[in-house]
Ligand binder design. Sequence first.
Ligand code: PLP
Length: 427
Amino acid sequence: MSRNETLFSRAQAVIPGGVNSPVRAFGSVGGFPRFIARAEGARMWDADGAAYIDYVGSWGPAIAGHAHPAIVEAVREAALKGLSFGAPTEVEVEIAEQLCAHLPSLDMVRLVSSGTEATMSAIRLARGYTGRDTIIKFEGCYHGHADCLLVKAGSGLLTFGNPSSGGVPDDFAKHTLVLDYNNPEQLEETFRAKGDSIAAVIVEPFAGNMNLIRPSDRFLHLLRQLCTAHGAVLIFDEVMTGFRVGPRGVQGLVGITPDLTTLGKVIGGGMPVGAFGGRRDIMEKIAPLGSVYQAGTLSGSPVAVAAGLASLKLIQAPGFYEGLEARTVQLVEGLQVAAKRHGVTFCAQSFGGMFGLYFAETLPQSFADVMASDRNRFNQFFHAMLDAGHYFAPSAFEAGFVSAAHTEADIAATVAAADRVFAGMAG
Ligand code: PLP
């Protein structure tokens, strides 16, 4: 038995499913997960010493590549000064100022330790601010694992074939209306019927947890108009897209100002940092200023924030996003050309350093389109690429990520491997 398999069997005895987050278990693609021993730049090495060019990037945070020396040094320096104090620090002010400067929709921001905490707190805040209970989310969007958001969600829930979770009381779920993603007509109808009871709409403005879907501009603009007209809080969940599709998130690309934004992943540079922020009049409702309670023993951890600040500094280097985007485009175009050469039904798209691959004729526009793509073919592709040393997300429902450490030669090697894999899948 390989060391990966031995570790997996040890893990399964003491950790449910052998993992601390469900998608890691390879449940959707089959086989055993690779236990990662170390990672550097664009590469990871598993417990058996096999090397992979990595397109998961810790599910998004590793935008500068793994173990970037500037981030590691920042963490080391911060750790030497003390791991946490439970009192405010200067670095928290710095990162808050930077986040507000990058995203014009943020007047104020509060730090938390995960994307889940960010969305959960933003929903509570929106409810406290409006005095209303109902929220709208969209099928296939994943916003972390807070009870009210685990209704028809994406990511790991889709991987396991069950879009909703056990343990969520009907009494909680009934306050969450689930609509179709990218369906403007249904959205209008719902607001017409229930607009005055809706506290918030939370949306992944480009959805990255049911593979990758860019909704129509009409859908996103309509969200803004309807929330404004009915006094509902519009929450853009940019935990994945923030600083990933570009320096101002999706909001910067599409020119829409949400009332609240949730962030995570890149802003922690690989350490646990999340954030939610937005309009001052809403944010001032949070304790200690207002009545909406929110707190955290390790919120704003100086070590995690040091990693986040170093990550934010790296992405501000001239040409950072241009280079990242060029590599990502090289990947998706290369894969499409290779698939076409071998007659494999396949398409792909990317935004900034984020991409989606689909074994389907056309780019998906909805959750139903994603569910209709060929999952068996994806699984075949995934395993053949993994065996060849290219680590893609172990599920057909996840977006992929390129980092600034990926070189043209890395991408070319992945495309060449995919060409051989598609040749084997042809026919
Ligand atoms: N929101 C979105 C859009 C996400 O993609 C995720 C995680 O993948 C979350 C929220 C939850 O973040 P975390 O896993 O840090 O709790």
